[in-house]
Structure formats: C-alpha cells, structure tokens
Design a protein around this ligand. Structure first.
Ligand SMILES: [Fe+2]
Length: 322
C-alpha cells in the first residue's frame, strides 16, 4: 500500500522531518521529534508528530500556554508528570491529553517516554519544512538565524513562573483523558464507541473518538465521501480496503484516507483505533441513532429518516455491524 495511506510510525521511511530540542544547561537532550504529517486545510488539521522524550535531571517543571491551536497527545510508553492549572499527576501508556488555548501545561519525563500529538489550528508547524531544510543544507546559517532570534511568527508560547503544584489523580485534571472514562459511550453490535474529545473542546471543528471493535466487526463508507479520514490503530489488526487495495493496519499505524476514496474496514482481531479527523458530528449522529432505535423503532427502520440524519451530521457510513 502506498506509504502515505498506511503509515507505520516506527518506520523511518515515514518520518518527514526529524529534530531534537536544544540541550539543557547540563547537556541533556529532552526531545527527539519526528513530523509524520503536515497540516492541511482551513483548520490545519492532520498535523501529526511522534516524539521520544528523555529524562533530564536539570529540567524542572514549568507551565506554559498557547493562545491559539489545540493539541491532543497520546502517551504510548514510559511515564511522565503532567502539570496543568497549578496541579499535576502521573501519566502512563494509554493516557491522552487534550490542550486548548490558555490551558496552562507542562511535562516532566521520568524515563524515555514516547508520545504522539495531533494538532489543529497550530501555526508552529507551518514553517517546519523550510527551517528543517535550511538546517540540513546550511547549518551555519540556521545557527545564525537562531542566534538572531529571527521571528517566523510562530512563537505562540507564554511561559509562567514556577509555582508549587498540588499532586492529584489524573481524572481531576480536565485536560487528561483515558479510555476507561470516556466523555460519552455508545455500544452497538460488535463495537463500543468512546468520545475522548468533544466538539465543544475544539472550537466546534471536530471531535475525537475511540472505536473498540470485536473481531469480525465491519464498516463500509458511502461512495464518494467528501471528508478525508485519519485513523490511529493502537490495538489489534484492522483490515482496510481503500480504493481497490486491501492492507492490514496494526498498532502504531496511521491510516490516512483521501476524500472521495471508497473504503471499508474489518477487524481481524479485537482491535482499538482512534478517529483523528473527526469531521463527522459523531455525537449528534450516535445520540439520534441510538434514540431512534430505542424510542422510535419504526422511524429507525425508515431509510429516509436515517439518510436525513447522516446528511445532517456529515456521517458517510453506509453500513456497520458484526
Ligand atoms: Fe505546549
């Protein structure tokens, strides 16, 4: 399968740009960052980075905030302290952080920790290709540029004074999410759908859901879907058919489906994956779909009612089930 549709995050061939953070005063590198996808469209969706963070004994916690953009991080290994709004907690594999503008945040890594981020309306990444290229081709000029503090217009970062933070449980920090406590959950035949980020938390642009599928669950999208899709598989194997080609996505894979591409999925084992594009108003669709089946079964059987609901919520699913 063409590599920009099935994207194995562990395959170096899929890393567009690699960079490291400047060393700390004691010479420790905290971050090794890989840009996997650059932003697209009006809200700079799809930007995706994969990072390995390291322990640096001389790097304390500091909180900062951004005034624009939304970041959603998936902790994939290791452990960290996450600071937000004067509190902090311990995070580990499986935890998710959703940071909105003006939500103060900071991280301290205890050990090598892998975490992945998907961004929206985040301009910091806009000049990444050009700055990377300058550094690669003319490192002295790039160093000169950094020395002069050339403003590319991307530094939307406001650092707060260090404060004494209170340690709390992860569920007490509003930015922290975990699949064990979704914002909302719907169960259907062969699938449990969990809302991890609500549309009200992304300025109305999208929502992020996790699908926990039983082996044999399948879904097929309508012909000519006018939304692109981005899926992130974290557990199990999912067979995709995109255009006329079949392939299996496995943990640590993104699947990026262009708009208009015919596509369908079958869970080859019990599996979990995130819908990261989230342009469909899933909450509204699932709320009404569930309510119709529970309270108005006659209307739920009416193809015109379901067609109107799909049109209203931007849902391009043709059929799903086990
Ligand atoms: Fe930040």
């Amino acid at each position: 399968m063409e590599k920009r549709i099935l994207i194995d995050l562990n395959d170096k061939a899929n890393w567009l740009y690699e960079s490291t953070s400047p060393p700390t005063p004691a010479g420790h590198i905290v971050e090794e960052n890989r840009v996997i996808l650059m932003p697209e469209g009006e809200h700079r969706l799809f930007a995706f980075t994969d990072a390995v963070m390291h322990y640096a004994p001389d790097m304390g916690a500091f909180e900062h905030e951004h005034h624009h953009g939304f970041e959603t991080f998936f902790v994939d290994s290791g452990s960290m302290e996450f600071y937000s709004l004067g509190q902090y907690c311990e995070l580990k594999k499986g935890d998710i952080i959703h940071i909105q503008p003006y939500i103060t945040h900071g991280m301290v890594f205890h050990e090598d920790t892998r975490y992945r981020g998907i961004f929206q309306d985040w301009s910091v990444i806009d000049n990444f290709a050009e700055t990377y290229e300058l550094k690669r081709r003319c490192p002295e000029d790039a160093a000169k540029m950094a020395e002069k503090g050339v403003n590319m217009g991307e530094m939307d970062m406001f650092i707060l004074e260090r404060a004494n933070c209170e340690k709390v449980e992860p569920e007490q920090i509003s930015a922290v999410r975990n699949p064990s406590r979704p914002l909302k959950q719907f169960k259907f035949d062969g699938v449990t759908l969990k809302m991890m980020v609500g549309r009200w938390e992304t300025n109305g642009v999208r929502e992020i859901w996790r699908a926990e599928m039983e082996k044999g669950f399948h879904a097929e999208w309508l012909d000519f879907p006018t939304n692109p899709e981005l899926f992130y598989v974290t557990e199990g194997n999912v067979k995709f058919k995109v255009y006329d080609e079949e392939f299996t996505a496995y943990p640590d894979c993104l699947v990026k489906i262009p708009k208009l591409a015919p596509h369908s999925i079958v869970a080859e084992s019990n599996a979990a994956m995130y819908d990261l594009a989230g342009l469909t108003c899933w909450y509204d669709f699932l709320h009404d779909y569930d309510a119709l089946h529970t309270n108005s079964p006659e209307r739920a059987k009416d193809a015109e009612v379901i067609k109107a609901l799909k049109a209203k919520t931007g849902c391009f699913i043709k059929s799903f089930g086990k």
